[in-house]
Write a protein that binds this ligand. Structure first.
Ligand SMILES: Cc1ncc(COP(=O)(O)O)c(C=O)c1O
Ligand SMILES: N[C@@H](CCCC[NH3+])C(=O)O
Length: 487
């Protein structure tokens, strides 16, 4: 084994203060260390988890996920309660963060809707809705939404056939596609002759927010939404209102992702509600609903701030909506949000096995310990894609305080030098091949963005709760990959 590098000898950039063991907002709520010193989640020690689910593996703390879903549902219901002069509020879980039928059932059962972004996510949402609310609910799937730029005719027709609550159109072309789909549904008898398709419009509000340029979504020069500033959004609203096949149900804004400061959301409320007012003046239709999107940040490392709670978010949005509606003299709309990361993110950790240790001299006495693990960018693309920071702990044993710390970089085993799992972390200096590392906050955009690069099989997702364990998603096998091959 390579010799370890004392942290004091590795003056590389700035590293956050040492990670407090298991900072509560970084880790699933049931995480702790057992008597044997190993990390435990959901009442199972890492050893027990790995006996049934070898690394690399995502571990989902189901009680934590359920708790986060319930907290969002309660926050929106409470702050937008009609008794407060509001018109009701709800949260739709953004399934792009991580979606399986089991996860969908869990969040629906806790009172959330589900926002989907593809035919696949919509199919999972519909299947789970049938299980939770009964098959009949899928014909009036008000608890589901469909998003996305460049939706296909088939996706729009499927969403309209299920009468999803939020069909969020992203362009003038999609308005035409939706009108055509309604005509087809009327002709086939699926819709009554005078039934209309209920749609929302995604607005480009011009607000620049988000943890990285690739996850900012409301500035003008990008692919999402219909511009408010250019007048295109008002034109689109006119087109929907005058189309005999469509009803303008609401307006939608999503300003970006991994946002901690609520100012951008307040600003978005202003742009959306002013446009709503303008549309009412121009067409006589005051939309019933305003969807303010997702994007609420979470902590990934000890250097991140503690994120605003769902109650704080909901209160800020409710105050902004109430005061601007009063100023404009408009009735308060129904308000929804679409949190993804803040529900799924902290509920999962990834467990990796250390497969190699390499000390690299950097000159002037500095060195870095490269820690190879048995996964990498195929199970977490976020460091490579967004330069996202993560942290890690030794999970299979209690680190020996006498061993000291070493400045380390945890890397994957793909053929890319950008294949980094954790860019900078202090790990115990006695770290050894075979140790298990746990990386927290990998529940959102981890497994959902996983790939088969280098023909890696995508890891499984194990659920744990109260000492029990099973698969949310079983690990892929090489046979699964070969089964896709043609002649
Ligand atoms: C339209 C829409 N809604 C909701 C979300 C969920 O975002 P987050 O996971 O950051 O809450 C996204 C992703 O950024 C999105 O594009
Ligand atoms: N996938 C991104 C967020 C984009 C969400 C969709 N608009 C992430 O990992 O942070």
């Amino acid at each position: 084994m390579m010799s370890a590098v004392p942290a004091s000898e590795a003056p590389l950039g700035t590293l956050a203060a040492p990670e407090p063991e298991v900072r509560p907002d970084l880790w699933p709520s049931t995480t702790g260390r057992g008597a044997d010193g190993a990390l435990q989640i959901g009442g199972r020690s890492v050893g027990e988890i790995l006996a049934d689910a070898p690394t690399p593996v995502f571990v989902l703390d189901e009680a934590d996920l359920r708790g986060r879903a319930a907290t969002w549902a309660a926050a929106m219901a409470e702050e937008f309660w009609p008794g407060y002069g509001m018109n009701g509020g709800e949260a739709y879980y953004a399934g792009k963060a991580f979606l399986t039928t089991r996860v969908a059932r869990t969040v629906l059962s806790e009172g959330l809707g589900i926002d989907t972004a593809s035919a696949g996510e919509l199919a999972v949402g519909v299947a789970a809705l049938a299980e939770v609310d009964g098959e009949a609910a899928t014909a009036h799937a008000t608890r589901l939404g469909l998003h996305g730029n460049g939706k296909t005719c088939a996706e729009i027709r499927t969403a309209l056939a299920h009468r999803v609550g939020h069909l969020v159109l992203d362009s003038a072309e999609e308005i035409d596609l939706a009108a055509a789909a309604v005509r087809e549904l009327r002709e086939s008898g699926h819709y009554a002759p005078d039934e209309t398709g209920s749609v929302m419009l995604r607005l480009t509000t011009g607000i620049h927010a988000g943890g990285h340029e690739f996850i900012s979504t409301a500035h003008e020069d990008q692919k999402f939404g219909i511009s408010v500033a250019t007048g295109a959004a008002l034109d689109a609203a006119r087109a929907v209102v005058t189309a005999p096949e469509l009803t303008l149900h609401g307006l939608h804004s999503h300003i970006g992702s991994q946002i901690f400061d609520l100012a951008g959301f307040r600003e978005a409320v202003g742009v959306v509600l002013r446009l709503r007012h303008q549309i009412a003046e121009a067409t006589g239709v005051l939309c019933q609903e305003v969807d303010l999107g997702g994007g609420y940040g979470i902590a990934y490392t000890g250097a991140d701030p503690v994120a605003p709670s769902p109650a704080e978010v909901a209160r800020a949005l409710a105050e902004a909506v109430r005061s601007l509606c009063a100023e404009l003299g408009d009735a308060v709309p129904h308000v929804s949000v679409e949190p993804g990361r803040s529900i799924a993110g902290p509920s999962m950790v990834t467990l990796y096995t250390v497969t190699g240790l390499k000390r690299v001299e950097l000159g002037e006495g500095a060195a870095r310990l490269y820690v190879s693990v048995d996964g990498g960018m195929s199970d977490n693309i976020r460091p490579a894609l967004y330069d996202a920071a993560y942290t890690a702990l030794v999970a299979n044993r209690r680190p020996d305080p006498e061993a000291g710390l070493v400045r380390a970089r945890v890397v994957g085993k793909h053929c890319e030098s950008g294949d980094v799992v954790v860019r900078d972390v202090d790990l115990p200096a006695d770290l050894a091949v075979g140790d298990v590392l746990a990386v927290p906050a990998t529940g959102a955009y981890g497994r959902s963005m996983a790939s088969n690069y280098n023909l890696f099989t995508r890891p499984g997702v194990a659920w744990v709760e109260a000492g029990r364990q099973g698969w949310v998603l079983r690990p892929e096998t090489i046979a699964d990959l070969l089964a896709l091959e043609g002649d």
